[in-house]
Design a protein around this ligand. Sequence first.
Ligand SMILES: Cc1cc2nc3c(=O)[nH]c(=O)nc-3n(C[C@H](O)[C@H](O)[C@H](O)COP(=O)(O)O)c2cc1C
Length: 336
Amino acid sequence: MTDGTNAGGALRTRFTETFGITHPVVQGGMQWVGRAELAAAVSNGGGLGILTALTQPTPEDLAREIQRTRDLTDAPFGVNLTTLPTITPPPYEEYRRVIVESGVGIVETAGSNPEPHLPLFQEHGVKVIHKCTSVRHALKAQSSGVDAVSIDGFECAGHPGEDDIPGLVLIPAAVDRLTIPVLASGGFADGRGLAAALALGADGINMGTRFLCTQEAPVHDAVKKAIVTGSERDTNLIFRTLRNTSRVSRNAVSDKVVAILDAGGTFDDIRELVAGVRGRQVYESGDLNAGVWSVGMAQGLIHDIPPAGEVVGRIVRDAINVLSSRLALVAGPTVR
Ligand SMILES: Cc1cc2nc3c(=O)[nH]c(=O)nc-3n(C[C@H](O)[C@H](O)[C@H](O)COP(=O)(O)O)c2cc1C
């Protein structure tokens, strides 16, 4: 077994110290996926599992899901609060209130400026990781008082922003300017990635796609098998022309969305194709062409469907091996 508790070593970073977790590996919020079983499995493996608040239809449901997670783990876990522009915004204030009243100590904010959320969280000692896609937004979040940032490079599943800067440049560029802990996100799936992120100056990694393809992820097996067989080329960027880019699986629906928008179409022309309910159907029914569903380039690095805790342990162990063996050898005096 290679779960987080017997990884054969530990990588302590400013992130693990600040957030009180064992390993610098985070499971980012995932709509329809970030439920109790997955978050608890990641946290039990020594990483930081995160529930997705808006996967729960009401704040009361979120309170129940938090309790369900507590029943499955004694380790710290967090809640993701994604604020994206919508016609009818969810009752964010009530979701915030449930988070603090439930005693959750860690929140991942994403989607827009975290400032409106911060006073309540800070008042209750809740630590905030803000997820963003650019150095300027990370700096702004730092000056607003968040405790860490998670920076999604162009490789990521979901919303990579509009700058198209991959992690290899984005992460060290951010680290150079920030003083708070930084999580590298987007394109990470294995120990080599964690070692690389640490080498770039990050304090840990955040992953979505890798955890989507684990036993506890509450999605149909066909989705996980598609990730295992998919390559790094099998994603599409939709909504480019609308400046709300999203990286999703390349399938019949996302191909069509790209074609319509490239031909000058508007959101009204694709509204029905990209409906959230259709994406959810993919996860529930396993019909990969039912709608659009988020996945990142990292699927090209994923070849199995292990328990989520084993993913955490394996990544840490492999990163330690890379850092202490292969890179130590490269740095040795005998290598010319
Ligand atoms: C299925 C799926 C759903 C996601 N939903 C959300 C979400 O609701 N809110 C959010 O902040 N990020 C969301 N993300 C992004 C992840 O939290 C994470 O930032 C991203 O997946 C990192 O890139 P990676 O997939 O290459 O690891 C989602 C990712 C996936 C794969």
